[in-house]
Write a protein that binds this ligand. Structure first.
Ligand code: AMP
Ligand code: GLY
Length: 425
């Protein structure tokens, strides 16, 4: 099968690595990709992901049989609708179904209408309305801007004043409404399910670390590390989440004439009353995908194509019993201003460690040198018989990489392992 993979992050490198192992892979292309993805696929240059017409024409000219969409923006913008209209299978939801990520309000209304457990909420269209609601409910309370905010539109306010300031920022920044949510207490976990419109296939769990620095301190990021499976999401809790949250969502989307096809990534809060939905994403998590791909042992081309074409009921995915952990090596300063363009050496030495893969995110070639080209640059990923072993291997591998301009958290996995990892300098 000829495949085009869209995206350029560590998530897409992990997908490319796994897709390339499939016996049914034909010609494999990636747009725009990165040097890591280029080890597995031919990189295509010069077509922006937003140029849907050009992309569709390119796919037809190159006999593409499936497009795998990594990031959310092309999904929300309707790329899959366009591809499917031209008879090209695509992994990822159509725009109407991608609203599960694209509009928090849409998802909250869907939960309310279908009794799906989530935080209570109010939608406010003015500062006065929001302030009155916040004063009535008290803190802690959560303020969210609607739309795609890359995880940055959320403020967990510990006082009413903090919440009101957050609301003001949304409105002065051009927002026209805010969501105000009940604060849910518990541990967070991510559950990934493939959905083909009807069939729901659990596809692994993970936990990530959103804050930039050790001890879960510092600013929020896209994620500084992750591990899979998530030990807090016991088989019983996972089953509850599937029955009470995922299946009713898939059913409601299908009943509305907008069936969900793709990976449904549920951010869950494991509260004392059971799992509740924090949010949906309509794509794989980054860096959660990297740990899932190290544990998945099946044929990814087959599984993604079955998802895209309504054949998931035929699939039994296979998984390794091992645990996986990924540690993000980021540019110093990330998520704030940071330099790019510094040389990274010794990736081979890191990958020589047992069970280790280094996935590339923000990298590019400068002549024959690999240099940094973004905030999150490498995902040093390892498997082990236990999570502790995966952690030890990941940190031994990252210590072998020669990149003075990078930094990483030294405590990935602390929630599950109960103690910070030792920095392996
Ligand atoms: P979101 O972008 O909706 O996933 O929110 C980002 C983060 O904010 C989540 O991962 C949670 O840590 C936190 N959060 C969001 N909503 C709530 C809530 N209702 N209660 C507690 N924490 C929340
Ligand atoms: N790591 C969080 C995300 O992909 O949204």
């Amino acid at each position: 099968m000829n495949i085009l993979l869209l995206g350029s992050g560590g998530r897409e490198h992990a997908l490319a690595w796994k897709l390339a192992q499939s016996p049914s892979m034909g010609q494999f292309y990636a747009l725009p990709g990165n040097p890591g993805i280029g080890q597995h696929a031919e990189l295509i240059e010069g077509i922006p992901l937003s140029a849907h017409d050009t992309l569709v024409t390119w796919c037809k000219d190159h006999g593409i049989e499936m497009v795998v969409v990594g990031p959310e923006a092309p999904l929300v913008a309707g790329l899959v609708d366009r591809l499917e209209a031209e008879g090209i299978a695509a992994f990822g939801p159509r725009a109407a179904a991608a609203r599960l990520e694209g509009s928090k309000l849409f998802t909250k209304e869907l939960c309310k209408a279908n009794n799906i457990p989530t935080a209570g909420f109010a939608r406010c269209t003015s500062l006065e309305e929001a302030e009155a609601y916040i004063r009535k409910e008290g803190a802690p309370i959560v303020v969210k801007a609607d739309g795609l905010m890359a995880g940055k539109g959320v403020v967990v306010a510990m006082t009413p004043e903090e919440a009101i300031t957050a609301v003001e920022q949304v409105f002065t920044g051009g927002g026209t409404e805010v969501l105000i949510e009940e604060f849910m207490e518990g541990e967070e976990a991510s559950l990934f399910c493939l959905v083909d419109g009807e069939t729901v296939l659990p596809f692994g769990s993970a936990q990530d670390h959103k804050r930039a620095f050790d001890g879960d301190l510092g600013p929020n990021t896209g994620g500084m590390g992750a591990y899979s499976p998530a030990p807090v999401l016991t088989p019983e809790l996972e089953q509850r989440a599937i029955e009470e949250i995922i299946r009713p969502t898939a059913k409601a989307m299908a009943a509305a004439g907008t069936p969900y096809r793709g990976v449904l990534y549920a951010g869950l809060m494991l509260t004392q009353h059971g799992p509740k939905l924090v949010e949906y994403n309509c794509r794989f998590g980054d860096p959660e995908c990297q740990v899932l791909m190290l544990r998945f042992t099946g044929d990814l081309v087959d599984v993604l194509h079955a998802t895209a074409t309504g054949r998931l009921a035929e699939i039994t995915p296979s998984w390794s019993d091992e645990h996986a952990m990924t540690v993000v090596y980021a540019s110093r300063g990330y998520p704030g201003p940071h330099q790019i363009g510094s040389e990274i050496r010794e990736l081979d030495a890191a990958e020589a460690e047992p069970g280790v893969r280094v996935f590339q995110a923000g990298t590019r070639m400068k002549g024959t040198a690999l240099v940094s080209n973004g905030g999150r640059v490498l995902n040093v990923t390892a498997t082990g018989a236990t999570l502790g072993e995966a952690q030890t291997r990941a940190y031994e591998a990252i210590a072998r990489i020669d990149w003075p301009d990078g930094f990483y958290r030294t405590d990935i996995g602390w929630r599950a392992l109960g103690q910070p990892a030792k920095a392996a300098d």
